[in-house]
Every structure is written in structure tokens, then in C-alpha cells.
Design a binder for this molecule. Structure first.
Ligand SMILES: NC(=O)c1ccc[n+]([C@@H]2O[C@H](COP(=O)([O-])OP(=O)(O)OC[C@H]3O[C@@H](n4cnc5c(N)ncnc54)[C@H](OP(=O)(O)O)[C@@H]3O)[C@@H](O)[C@H]2O)c1
Length: 264
């Protein structure tokens, strides 16, 4: 499995695959793609190159290029090589109210540029080949880091367990998902040659406030937690819920996974 965008949060921490950086495989450069396919002769390609929520809002055209055109570039090469492409998408494609949960057949209705590019990416991936797979996952935690940054939920979890004060929103829901569980299910979906759309999330929805409160109660930390509204946190408009369920995978609850991660 060749992994492009291999130096990001998921790429650096995923326990399988040949990981290549933007330097070696820029998804916008056809010659890079051809060279990488010739060099590695992969049996599948996992697309992790991405422009995130904030940066997508700042430069929508760049987000569109990396999140959508790049997928098209890789999909064409993968189809020629008769190998599947797997892309990782997110709950940001959905729109709903606080306690809604979305499954694989729910119609997307993205609310911001990032979500729009992810939805377009899904369409491109699925139309390019019936063998391609779209995996949507939730708010990943579990020690994800790159050489110069950590995942947002890992930062919150670490601060809370160290007893530092934390502000967390109570009015936006998602699916907290332990990276270890995500990687195992992702591997299974690839080994079983799944195609179409699958959700890989731990069971149960939560707000960021629920997550830090759970960390506090599990670790007995003395951190002071201040509830906030998602509206007060700078950034683009988001759905009140990005929480997902799956008709394919049933993973343990996020609370159980968090307990194992914290080793308490
Ligand atoms: N992390 C999560 O919690 C989460 C949750 C749900 C879904 N996802 C999805 O999973 C995928 C990967 O997420 P992530 O968190 O690993 O992202 P990330 O940490 O932002 O990493 C993205 C990577 O893409 C690379 N990249 C950017 N432009 C590129 C290009 N033109 N060619 C090749 N590589 C390029 C970046 O390299 P440079 O740094 O060198 O630019 C970076 O290493 C994304 O599609 C994201 O939507 C992530």
C-alpha cells in the first residue's frame, strides 16, 4: 500500500504501508505520480494528502486542488494500474442538529469549504472506479503527532490529564475515535477489498467538553474545565453534529477506547 501525504498526522502514525512525503510525491505533479507508481509498483494507494479546515477557508482554490484535483490525478493512475484507491474523508461532509448521527447512506450537505472539497473528493473517488473506497472517520485521538505538531484532540487530552486548564465546546458533536481502532479497521477494510463508502468510528457521540470531562474523571486530574460555545471558537461554520454510525463496522465505545489509551 503506497501512502501519499505520508508525513501528516495519520500518515506518520499508521502502522503499515510505504509512506511518501509531498517532496517525493506531490499529488499535483503528474511526473511525481508516474515515478512513484513505477518505483513502488503498489497494489493499492491510500490518499492522505490534505488541506485542513482552517487552511481551506483561507485558500479555497488550493484546498480544491489538493483535496479534489489531486484525488483525480491519483485515481486516473490507479485505474490505469488496475489498483484500488482508498481515501479518508470525514464527518465534515454532513449537516444536522446537535444529536444527529449520520450513516453511510445519509446524504452529505457540507457547510464549509473543507467539507465541500471532501464531498467532491468522495464523488471523484467513487466515479473513477467501483473498486475505490471512501473511509470516513471522526475526531481522531491516540498520540497522533507529526515532526512539528500534535493532533488537536490529543493536545486537549494531554493538557487535561496534566491538570492544565482547558476550554472546550459543549454545543458541537462528533465521533471521538481512537487511532489504534481506526487503523485496525482500516487495515481490515483494505484486506477485504471493500469498496464504496464505510464509516470507521468508535461507538458514541461526544462534544469536546464531554471528552475532557471524561479524561478528568478517568485520570482524577484537577484541571479547571471551562465550557465554551463552538460559535466563540474562530473558524468556519460547522454542522452542530459530525457524529457518525456505521452499517459496516461496530467498534467499541470511545470511552472504553479512551480508558485504554490513558492506561487507567
Ligand atoms: N486527523 C484527523 O483527525 C482526521 C479525521 C477525519 C478525516 N481525516 C482525513 O484524513 C486525511 C489525512 O489527514 P491528516 O490529519 O493526516 O492530515 P494532515 O496532518 O494535515 O496531513 C496532510 C498531509 O498532506 C500533505 N500534502 C499537502 N499537499 C500535498 C500535495 N500537493 N501532495 C502531497 N502531499 C500533500 C501534507 O504535507 P506538507 O505538510 O508537506 O504540506 C501533510 O503531510 C485527510 O483527508 C483528512 O481529511 C483526518
Amino acid at each position: 500500500m503506497l501512502i501519499c501525504g505520508g508525513e501528516g498526522l495519520i500518515g506518520r502514525n499508521i502502522p503499515f504501508g510505504i509512506k511518501v512525503s509531498r517532496h517525493e510525491l506531490d499529488v499535483l505533479k503528474r511526473d511525481h505520480i508516474k515515478r512513484a507508481f513505477e518505483k513502488y509498483n503498489p497494489s493499492g494507494i491510500l490518499y492522505l494528502a490534505s488541506v485542513n479546515l482552517r487552511d481551506s477557508e483561507k485558500d479555497p482554490m488550493h484546498a480544491y486542488r489538493v483535496n479534489v484535483i489531486g484525488i483525480n490525478n491519483i485515481a486516473e493512475e490507479a485505474t490505469d494500474a488496475k489498483i484500488p484507491m482508498i481515501i479518508v474523508s470525514s464527518g465534515a461532509v454532513f449537516n444536522g442538529s446537535l444529536h444527529d448521527k449520520f450513516n453511510e447512506v445519509t446524504n452529505p450537505d457540507p457547510q464549509n469549504i473543507y467539507g465541500q472539497t471532501k464531498y467532491l473528493a468522495e464523488i471523484v473517488a467513487r466515479w473513477s472506479s467501483p473498486d475505490n473506497l471512501v473511509v470516513r472517520t471522526g475526531w481522531l485521538f491516540g498520540g497522533l503527532s507529526t515532526k512539528d505538531r500534535k493532533g488537536g484532540f490529543d493536545i486537549m487530552i494531554e493538557k487535561t490529564s496534566k491538570g492544565e486548564d482547558v476550554k472546550a465546546s459543549s454545543d458541537q458533536y462528533g465521533s471521538p475515535t481512537y487511532s489504534k481502532d481506526f487503523f485496525l479497521a482500516l487495515r481490515e477494510s483494505i484486506e477485504k477489498n471493500m469498496s464504496g463508502i464505510v464509516h470507521i468510528v468508535n461507538d458514541g457521540a461526544a462534544s469536546a467538553l464531554d471528552i475532557v470531562n471524561e479524561v478528568k474523571s478517568l485520570t482524577g486530574s484537577r484541571s479547571v474545565i471551562t465550557p465554551a460555545s463552538a460559535r466563540d471558537i474562530p473558524g468556519p461554520k460547522r454542522s452542530a453534529s459530525e457524529a457518525m454510525v456505521s452499517n459496516v463496522f461496530y467498534l467499541r465505545s470511545w470511552k472504553e477506547a479512551l480508558r485504554e489509551y490513558l492506561n487507567v
